[in-house]
Design a binder for this molecule. Sequence first.
Ligand code: KG4
Length: 345
Amino acid sequence: MNKEKDIIILGIESSCDDTSASVIKNGFLLSNIIAGQKVHELYGGVVPELASRAHQQNIIPVVDQAIKQAGVTNEEITAIAFTRGPGLLGSLLVGTSFAKGFSLATSIPMIEINHLQAHVLAHFIQEYNEPYDPPKFPFLCLLVSGGNSQIILVKDYLDMEVIGQTIDDAAGEAFDKCAKVMGLPYPGGPFVDKLAKEGNPDAFQFSKPRIANFDYSFSGLKTSFLYSLRDHLKENENFIEERKADLCASLQKTIIDILLDKLIKAAKETGIKEITVAGGVSANSGLRQALVETAVKHRWKMHIPKFAFTTDNAAMIAMTGHYKYLKGEFIGMDAVPFARMDIRV
Ligand code: KG4
């Protein structure tokens, strides 16, 4: 009997401030190593130059560990999937150059990956001894991260269409920028999430955008938050410290309301009830709870990924590589990274 050849994909992710490598065999996760970069905490945001330097330091040990943990040899790897964009150019260059070097040395073919597609396909990562219930096509994906807020219509593994997106800031930026003015560390999203648990979500009202279609806007909320703080601080200089939990809870509720409002509209208008969420902000506990409640109310089948697969990781890159391999979509040595990339590319 002919044994099918194993498909073993090495994934490499370096689009922002996480260096990650993963090995996926026939769709099953064997390893997913992530090295974060603490250096940016000092500056209240990702410093591109420092990010690419840290990727340079991290990439070899991270890939080495991913391959070792997976228990495969270099020769067994079928293809190298790397993030080509979108992201920070200096960061992307490190992963792209590493993939090229590895490919040249081993003659293993390369596959370019769109980071946004990969966030969506994180839902298809299979783990040994874990339940597997991936979304069925067509489905909607709310992709919310530090750089993106989009509603994506997913027709097939590699056939996606952005039907709504932010016209200014992303949801993660709204969390992080408002957190910064409250003096919280970077990235502020997780701190807001934690403090919000002890606060009153109805304590303060912040402005919500009125925008057509399925698009988002978060810059007005940011300004409204800032002005509200400024006005209260005039009367009480300890205002932020005294009301931090209430501020976080109200801010988080406003962001969640904005996100869900358009998602519900998109689900209604497309008639799709298979809904997923992806990206760093989908780690937010309030958003997760609101999604579950909304799903019950609107009879959606809701798919929420594991925390490890919401933020940047190479497992989702390798998973996307698996589907591109099946379609024979390889790329040559002339591959260059792109800071901006459409989800269809
Ligand atoms: O997808 P991601 O890891 O990468 C980038 O887009 O860079 O998303 C990072 C974003 C940050 O804005 C961070 O504050 C936000 O995800 N984030 C959260 C939570 N965890 C991460 N926002 C709110 N609540 C959280 N628990």
